[in-house]
Design a protein around this ligand. Structure first.
Ligand SMILES: [Zn+2]
Length: 441
């Protein structure tokens, strides 16, 4: 069977590269992933998976940061000209209920869930001949949006895994859930999937992220990572009173002064002895004219913490400071939650088992030690992992290591697509090992 897994994965090399390039050409950011979801739903349906889309994937009340209805509508109309499979574009997808879950039921046995995130970033792709996606004609057709983190790779990997598992399903005993998650950037998409209960029956859970070579001990596969930061993200709207800046300044209440006070004091939150913390205001906007006391301003802020508790401390301080800054200038402020993640830990026994399986059955791949796989970013896969672990299941967050042309979240990002087959065979191996009978853990 192990030879078959390798062979089936190899056979998907070309189609996986094509799928990745198709996703790359039509990137979609959080809750706009209509075309992406429709393409995934089509492939999974045709393979014979039980497919969930729309409100069956994401619980409506647990979504945050959903774009304006008119913006969603405008994008949803555009996807047809970009080759979205019409039959699979649903009304709910058009309203921002993106994401897809494919389920394969193979009788009695454990439930294994794999997570692949599918969203892009709001940034403009490099359009110079040195950038391979541009030179080879698969750079972004959606201005201001780009797959610059590799989620196009994750989506293509997930579809490849779906194909391999369908081929070997007679040897599997249990259930597989392939979760194609929207809105990972900004940590929006995992919470409504967790809230909908999709992780509640999961015994084993794994996800991966492409990562660059050049680390302390490169391998192709890192079976587990540590320490990604808990985070909360907010948009804060300050409201004041406009007035003539020369004639009657005493009648005005400056929202910009309130926002500025908030920014300075946010950076002055006392650091926590318990571990790492972060705070950043990434955007500030406000006002309308030089000679008008500004009645509106907004900031986009985020806090992070090494543990969920430290993040909660930063979160409370940040909200208090915004309120107090508004009050200081007799303004009001509205704090709108835009996404969040918890801290996470991969299960030691699970990641050790994965490392051994890969070494033994995929000998052409090298396994890196997890010791240095510490990550000071944030990932909302943590919400899924923590849910599974809280109910007694095992969870890992892995790395798929590959050469990159430029760092993640930069306009020249690109990677060696060989990682697609490596991811497909690794995940197919993991599922097979867990569901071939007598679960090893
Ligand atoms: Zn990412």
């Amino acid at each position: 069977m192990y030879d078959k897994i390798i062979k089936y994965a190899e056979e998907l090399d070309q189609v996986s590269r094509e799928r990745r390039r198709d996703f790359h050409r039509y990137p979609e950011t959080a809750w706009y992933e209509v075309r992406t979801s429709a393409v995934i739903a089509k492939i999974l349906t045709e393979l014979g998976y039980e497919v969930l889309t729309g409100k069956a994937v994401c619980l409506e009340s647990a979504r945050c940061g959903v774009p304006l209805a008119e913006n969603l509508k405008e994008h949803a109309e555009a996807v047809y000209s970009q080759g979205a499979p019409e039959k699979y574009v649903t009304e709910e997808m058009k309203q921002g209920f993106t994401g897809v879950i494919g389920i394969l039921r193979c009788g009695e046995g454990p439930v294994v869930a794999l997570r692949f995130d599918i969203d892009a970033l709001g940034m403009q792709e490099n359009e110079t001949p040195e950038h391979r996606p541009f030179a080879e004609g698969f750079s972004s057709r959606n201005p201001g949006w780009m797959h610059a983190c590799g989620h196009d790779a994750h989506a293509a990997m997930g579809l490849g895994v779906a194909q391999v598992l369908m081929k070997i399903k007679d040897s599997l005993h249990g259930t597989v859930k392939l979760i194609f998650q929207p809105g990972e950037e900004g940590a929006k998409g995992a919470a409504p999937i967790v809230a909908a209960g999709h992780l509640d029956d999961v015994d084993y859970f794994a996800g991966t992220h492409v990562a660059p070579t050049g680390g302390p001990d490169d391998g192709d596969v890192t079976p587990g990572t540590w320490g990604s930061l808990a985070t909360s993200k907010y948009d804060v709207y300050f409201k004041g009173q406009a007035a003539h800046a020369g004639g009657f300044p005493e009648n005005g209440r400056s929202a910009i002064v309130a926002a500025a006070n908030a920014v300075l004091n946010l950076t002055a939150i006392p650091r926590h002895s318990g571990g790492i913390s972060r705070v950043n205001v990434g955007v500030i906007q406000g006002g309308s004219s030089r000679n008008v006391i500004p009645d509106s301003a907004m900031i986009m802020l985020e806090v992070r913490g090494e543990t969920t508790a430290i993040n909660a401390y930063m979160d409370q301080q940040a909200k208090r400071i915004c309120q107090a800054a508004a009050e200081m200038t007799d303004c009001t402020c509205q704090i709108v939650f835009q996404g969040g993640a918890e801290s996470q830990q991969s299960d030691e026994d699970f990641l050790t088992w994965i490392g051994e399986e890969v070494r033994q059955h995929l000998p052409h791949l090298t396994v890196s030690s997890c010791e240095n796989a510490q990550n000071w970013g944030s990932e909302d896969i943590s919400l899924m992992m923590n849910r599974v672990q809280a109910r007694g299941g095992k969870a890992v967050y892995m790395r798929s290591v590959t050469d990159m042309a430029s760092a993640q979240h930069t306009t020249g990002f690109d990677f060696d697509e060989r990682v697609l087959v490596q991811g497909i065979e690794t995940f197919s191996l993991i599922v097979y090992g867990l569901l071939k009978g007598n679960p090893p853990l």
